[in-house]
Design a protein around this ligand. Structure first.
Ligand SMILES: O=P(O)(O)O[C@H]1O[C@H](CO)[C@@H](O)[C@H]1O
Ligand SMILES: O=c1cc[nH]c(=O)[nH]1
Length: 250
């Protein structure tokens, strides 16, 4: 393969970039660009949009992974193939607990593996957990940014519209799971198996169903709160990378 060009993300060797931020939505890549010292688009194929840039002297890729573990798994593997060693998801999530508000950050300390992609790799006895050192840097960065953040287990799923969604959310909510997203489990499991350091930060974009407390104000501010959460997750991930890099330069 010429220059090790990857078939989906459409990037090859030669960048020597150790870090990647992974939003699902390609639109969020441009939001991250606003925080970078400079940035340049490298490729945009299907759901995979990648820019290269730097933040406080550290070079990073920002690559969208699309919706779901299947799509994310492809991006994760291909980014690893071109040398990326540390990946932080900056995603969105739906709250499963009533105290989580729009724009709060959820930092995943583990993920329930209700997705198909992580299971395609290995049976469900294998844990979906982040790298503990990277998690520590993310938690510290979130504190320094004064975000409202919650660290705990999230649930990863493959569907929004089956007839059982309400029942399933109720079950996992009662087990204390913080929120739902679709890619964190695949990221953690593939990271564990492939030796990639991973973490996942999620911005609450949907509050728990039926919780109306404070709902009117939140409704008015809905867009602002979600936007603020997105900015805070981006800043948190970037600051975590800088502090991680200061310790693990090589
Ligand atoms: O906003 P992103 O990062 O795409 O994350 C969430 O949003 C999508 C679903 O709407 C899924 O990808 C889910 O995990
Ligand atoms: O409710 C939601 C919102 C975003 N992402 C999810 O997976 N679920």
């Amino acid at each position: 393969m010429k220059n090790n060009l990857q078939p989906h993300i459409r990037i090859g060797n030669g960048y020597e970039v150790k870090y990647a931020l992974l939003p699902g939505d390609p639109g969020r890549v441009d939001e991250v660009a606003k925080f970078l010292d400079h940035s340049e688009e490298l490729a945009y194929n299907r759901e995979y949009k990648t820019i290269i840039g730097s933040y406080n002297g550290v070079k990073i890729f920002v690559s969208s992974t699309g919706i779901g573990g299947v799509s994310a798994g492809i991006a994760i593997e291909e980014l690893k193939n071109i040398g990326v060693k540390v990946m932080i998801r900056i995603g969105s999530c739906g709250a499963l607990q009533p105290h989580l508000r729009l724009g709060d950050l959820v930092i995943a300390s583990g993920a329930v593996r209700n997705d198909g992609a992580s299971y395609a790799y290995i049976n469900k006895a294998y844990p979906a957990i982040p790298d503990p050192e990277l998690l520590f840097h993310v938690m510290n960065a979130a504190k320094k940014n004064r975000s409202t953040n919650h660290t705990g287990i999230v649930r990863c799923h493959d569907s929004f519209y089956t007839d059982k969604e309400h029942e399933i959310d109720k079950y996992w909510s009662e087990k204390g799971i913080l929120a739902s997203d679709m890619e964190t489990a695949a990221l953690f499991v593939i990271g564990g198996l492939r030796g990639i350091k991973t973490a996942s930060i999620l911005n609450v974009v949907v509050e728990k169903e039926g919780d109306l407390e404070g709902g009117i104000n939140d409704y008015i501010d809905e867009k602002n709160n979600s936007k603020r959460g997105e900015e805070q997750e981006i800043l948190t991930a970037l600051e975590a990378i800088v502090s991680y890099e200061s310790i693990y330069k090589n």
